[in-house]
Design a protein around this ligand. Sequence first.
Ligand code: PSU
Ligand code: MN
Length: 305
Amino acid sequence: MSRHPDLDLTPEVARALEAGQPVVALETAIVTHGMPRPVNLETAQAVEAEIRAQGAVPATIAVIDGRLRAGVTAEELEMLAAIPEGVQKASRKDLPAIIAKRATAGTTVAATMFIADLAGIPIFATGGIGGVHRGAETTGDVSADLTELGRTPVGVVCAGAKSILDLPRTLEWLETAGVPVLGYRSDAFPAFFTPDSGLGVDQRMDSPAEIATALAAGRRLGNGGTLICNPIAEADALPKDQIDAVIAQAVADAAAQGIEGKAVTPFLLGKVLDLTGGDSLNANVALVRSNARLAAEIAVALASQ
Ligand code: PSU
Ligand code: MN
């Protein structure tokens, strides 16, 4: 079934949307360019299971053989997680060429929001968003995730952003773009591996129902996206000093090696992983699962409004 000539929904996602049941979109750049094998597949499967356990339907978003997809089969998820040669990282700007070449890609937050909205899915769970990179005053490197948040009415549940980015400038950009930044049971903007970046959110919200009400209000007002920040649990967080040092090293290595464009974020994510080993990966998996649970709770609240 399809609502758009370039989009295919799995039968399960199509049925759920038609019936007004809760659906949560998921990105796949984290599978193809964010996590190593085999943890990428295990995590993608666990995240789908978390969403089902809350009574919602997962819609994993990707581009497969040039078709935009909301929902993938178990076999397609395995194929993406095997990261076959030629699988691309698709942001919004990449979609027309990927369609033309009938290529396969994992979708970033920007591309996933865009496809989720085409499919009619108002809520999406990820790990961390892209943002304004450190040094952007000279490189101009600002993720299209931020422009997409400014224009597309989808709620994005995340654990904030890694401090591979310039977090104060990222928040400034979101403010300029008119994106509400909500904190789930917290006043702090989280920094992915740690629950508090030292920066604040716009509003604290203490229940999924309150967040759902705000998302519905944003839609009535014709707003774009909403960022819902779910801080990592203290038990899963990493020591701040350790992660600060690792990130400084990763950013220095990227500059020294002249890494540019869409390769920057995957390079930094890979470096952070190499330098922290299993600890950062465990934290990453835990927070993605937690974000999926919260997104499903919000989807359930939205569907009952
Ligand atoms: N940050 C993370 N983990 C990720 C990403 C960002 O901590 O997996 C991925 C997401 O898919 C995000 C993309 O949308 O990287 C941003 O890439 P860029 O900076 O090239 O826009
Ligand atoms: Mn970039």
